[in-house]
Design a protein around this ligand. Structure first.
Ligand SMILES: [Zn+2]
Length: 266
């Protein structure tokens, strides 16, 4: 598995060989190919950013057209950095509006494009090829310490009988251990959440400042969940380093667009 750039008229990453790519598509957009301007240039997909809603709606239509799906299929949630996992049992896109508070979604219904919006936070794609169930979680540092990936896999097990050993996972581009500086609040939370492993996740870089390995924390949680190491792929692209390619919340001091992670059973 690997994040591979598709050079369509609207460029995006596709996770190659995710479950053999048979009847499943996993996409991660870049900041390019849309209509938004200024700090939102150009493919901003988040309505909650301060960008013109007309531009965001047009960008979502452009993306959907290039993926060959309708924008009614997009299933977005209101992401609140919590740990609620939404189970979707019938096809009913949320379209333009994020109405339900949830940071992870699972479904076995074909045609629902689970969608997570990020700019430095990590999207975690999950796939159980045995029961044909997908999950998509939004994990920044709060999601990592709340073990949102674990809660998502547990929900898949509860609702559909998923065995974590069968699951595939892919971790999107996100703020990397090279750049992600954190302060007191995050350090405390990470030490508390990972009492045995926090040293490998925090790297001191001066007084009261540490760099946090968000990718490593999410991988750790996936291991705890019971996923096999060989079934976990990390994109390895840092959104703060690569602002030529991605929106970065930190890199732009908070005023920026959002990329979309999309996972769909077809
Ligand atoms: Zn970096």
């Amino acid at each position: 598995m690997e994040f591979v750039m598709q050079q369509e008229e609207l460029p995006y990453f596709l996770i190659s060989d995710f479950g053999g790519n048979k009847g499943i598509r996993a996409v991660f957009t870049t900041r390019h190919g849309g209509l938004s301007r200024g700090p939102f240039a150009s493919l901003n997909l988040g309505f909650h950013t301060g960008d013109s809603p007309v531009s965001v709606a047009a960008n979502r239509r452009l993306l959907c057209r290039s993926m060959g799906i309708s924008d009614e299929q997009l299933h977005t949630t209101n992401q609140v950095h919590g740990d609620h996992v939404l189970v979707i049992k019938e096809r009913k896109g949320t379209g333009r509006r994020e109405v339900i508070d949830a940071d992870a979604q699972v479904t076995s219904v074909q045609g629902i494009a689970l969608t997570c919006l990020v700019a430095d936070c990590q999207a975690i794609y999950l796939y159980d090829p045995v029961h044909r169930v997908i999950g998509l979680a939004h994990a920044g540092w709060r999601g990592a310490v709340a073990r949102i990936a674990l809660k998502c896999v547990e929900k898949m097990a509860q609702e559909y009988g998923t065995d974590p050993k069968d699951c595939l996972a892919a971790l999107s581009p996100a703020a990397g251990p090279c750049c992600y500086e954190v302060g007191e609040e995050v350090i405390e939370a990470v030490r508390k959440a990972f009492p045995g492993d926090w040293r490998q996740l925090l790297d001191p870089v001066g007084e009261d400042k540490w760099k946090f390995d968000l990718w490593g924390a999410n991988v750790l949680v996936l291991h705890e969940t019971g996923l096999k190491g060989e079934n976990i792929t990390v994109s390895g692209l840092c959104t703060i380093c690569r602002q030529d390619l991605f929106f970065s919340y930190r890199g732009s001091r908070g005023v920026t667009g959002r990329m979309a992670a999309i996972l769909i059973l077809e």
